[in-house]
Design a protein around this ligand. Sequence first.
Ligand SMILES: [Zn+2]
Length: 440
Amino acid sequence: MPHRARPRIRRITAAGAVLAATMALVGGVKSGPAEAAVPPVHTQHVEYFPGPRSEPRQVTVPSDAPGRIVRRRSALAGTTPAVKAFQRTGPVSGRLDLVVMGDGYTEDEQGEFTADAEEKLDAIFGIEPYRSYRGLFNIWLVNTVSNESGVSGDPGADVVKDTALDSSFFCDGIERLLCVDTDEVAQYAGLAPDADIVFVVANSTKYGGAGYSAADLPMGSTFHGVATMSSDNDRSYLIGAHELGHSIGHLADEYQYTGYGTYPSAEEPATANLTIRRDLGATKWYRWLGAQDPSGSVVGTYEGGGYYEAGIYRPTETSIMRSLASTEFNVVGREAMIAGFYADADALTSSLPRSRPIGQGRPITVRLAPLSGLADLELTWYVDGRRVLSATGDLSVTPRELGVRGRGHKVTATVTDHTTAMRDPAIRAQAITSLTWTVR
Ligand SMILES: [Zn+2]
């Protein structure tokens, strides 16, 4: 996705934003301070998904009016929506925190939202490598309450609903483009203990969704991306799975547009799944060449990707980053996703502080993230760099039990993921987490 400057100047912070938005929307520019003015209209670049089995597309839409907004005050004003831990596997500092919020669910429909969110999450986490690495995620549900049930543009373009996040089909005239008010989303996301990625589940049976990358989100947002998807369509979960490919794996789109021609740069793309090097041995995924891929083809160099038709190559015929007809990442994508998981999360955590020395009899308790399938964790203990013990599960051990006698020694717990889904030694090295305590 091409880089764009952020046109927005208003800074969004959780509490301040609520106040600023409320003042701006209720009081207008006259009564509020200058910085609380209604944000200027700018454009947002979003990814849209024309059909349940089609290739996505990139479009630019105005930020101010996803649909025909009827609400003129922040839904957050005067209320504090409930935030629930749907899945908590570890501390927010050591996990990817996924925030899921509904739109078009009334007070009475919050149970339905929870059920719909669960269904989407189960579908997304049925795809590898999400499935094996689900234990690196915390999942938070935010109960956004809408005044009306359903969302704008469903079933017809003329339908207008008063909902918390202003979700709307027919965004910029495109039926299946499900836009959302990203300022509202940012405010609600700020209620969760942490937000790395946000999903908006819109209460609708109509197929649709959209993907917003970090560059298109309000300034000050801590999360990497927003994916919108309809609740009761059985293919819309693929939109979320694809978008996380961008925000977690930093993967490029593998699709192309007719008429875009040849890739215009002589510089190698930074993303893991596109290359300009046709020479097989020089491709960045040379370690996977010839492998039978879960997406159906053999890993090689397939021309076309990153919106261009020629001069650029992708690893497989298709994948979830090329078309939603595919429900699988290719092995190159999987490896990048796992690298992304470990960039934001750790498989090894401990609540015992490492900032001050510990006694020789003090138990050190460490926890391994509950991973499965592709993941293959090994916990190893070292004293002053010498390996003394290996384990495969949670462990509590004292320095003395590890053979430490005397002061100043260092005890280190290291977790390594021996998964065969990572072949690049540099990526494997980055996936290692070590925690070290000094013994007094
Ligand atoms: Zn995409």
